[in-house]
Design a protein around this ligand. Structure first.
Ligand SMILES: [Zn+2]
Length: 297
């Protein structure tokens, strides 16, 4: 992650969006390293999805959630362990039950410290947000699937298997037909491939594509991406189609024994032409390299 981030990744609750009854999103406002954060209410309990980066952001999220909950029990989950999604969980200790899938709990424990160091190197504003971070232990860990009853509303937590990270999960709210994807989906941005061998090799383009094929096959009404504007099921199809093109174009070049450097150059040019309005062009190189490594696997 060589790209420096100069903006302050601060969560702001001034423009929350109610996307269904008792289901609000604190939007990322297109600020880098701020995630879309969900607050999902039932009669008895409220589930918070994502913490924001670091304790100061998590305090903002917790305060908003407590005001929204008005005495209802609180749960917290995160879509994956990356810092802006999960590195504020300590603030919820004793206030909310922190619930995640096993693979994500493993990621947080084994990869969390390394990511903390790496992200502190992204710039002063990010480093300040990460001050005082202590990696939290989940209260409840499940394997593949967990149905959380909030009282008159059951939320489906589903581990997807390795894709953007080893421990991705999605959060479905069936009665409102809403899906929280975490970084499996970004709106208006190239898929984030944290492919940094030899240590950062958890992301898998082929598995990610398989996950997107499954998710797109059951299109929900509303998709809340990890970053970027809330949309409909077309966001799922967009990522599926992009990953398909990235795989096919990368592997075609690999088959012709083209060097990795030339593949990266050609793939980058091709994708920028195909998706001129998308941000995150730095993820084209890592995406192509990741798929090179998965060629003929
Ligand atoms: Zn991520």
């Amino acid at each position: 992650m060589a790209e420096q981030v100069s903006s302050d990744p601060v969560v702001q609750v001034g423009e929350v969006q109610e996307i269904a009854p008792d289901l609000v999103v604190i939007p990322d406002r297109n600020v880098p390293l701020v995630p879309n954060i969900g607050i999902i209410g039932g009669k008895e309990a409220v589930l918070i999805v994502e913490t924001g980066m670091g304790p100061s952001n998590a305090e903002i999220v917790l305060k908003f959630a407590e005001e929204h909950a008005r005495g209802r029990k609180l749960y917290l989950t995160t879509t994956h362990f990356h810092p802006e999604h999960a590195f504020g969980a300590q603030v919820f200790a004793g206030k909310a039950t922190f619930l995640v899938n096993q693979a994500q709990a493993d990621d947080l424990r084994t990869k969390g410290p390394g990511y903390l160091g790496m992200f502190r190197g992204l710039g002063d504003a990010v480093a300040r947000r990460l001050e005082g971070v202590e990696l939290a232990q989940p209260d409840v860990v499940y394997g593949q699937a967990y149905d959380l009853d909030l009282g008159g509303r059951v939320v489906q937590l589903r581990a997807t298997g390795r894709a953007h990270s080893r421990g991705d999960q999605v959060v479905k709210v069936p009665d409102a037909d809403v899906l929280f994807t975490g970084d499996l989906v970004e709106a208006g941005q190239f898929a984030i491939f944290p492919w940094f061998p030899p240590h950062g090799v958890d992301v898998s383009g082929t598995r990610w594509l398989a996950v997107m094929q499954c998710l797109a096959a059951e299109p929900p009404r509303v998709v809340v991406p990890g970053h970027g504007a809330i949309g409909d099921a077309s966001l799922l199809a967009d990522v599926r189609d992009y990953l398909t093109l990235l795989r096919d174009e990368t592997w075609t070049r690999r088959d012709s024994a083209m060097s990795e450097g030339t593949i990266v150059e050609e793939i980058s040019a091709l994708m920028i032409q195909r998706y001129p309005e998308w941000a995150g062009r730095e993820w084209l190189e890592t995406g192509a390299k990741c798929l090179c490594s998965e060629h003929s696997v």
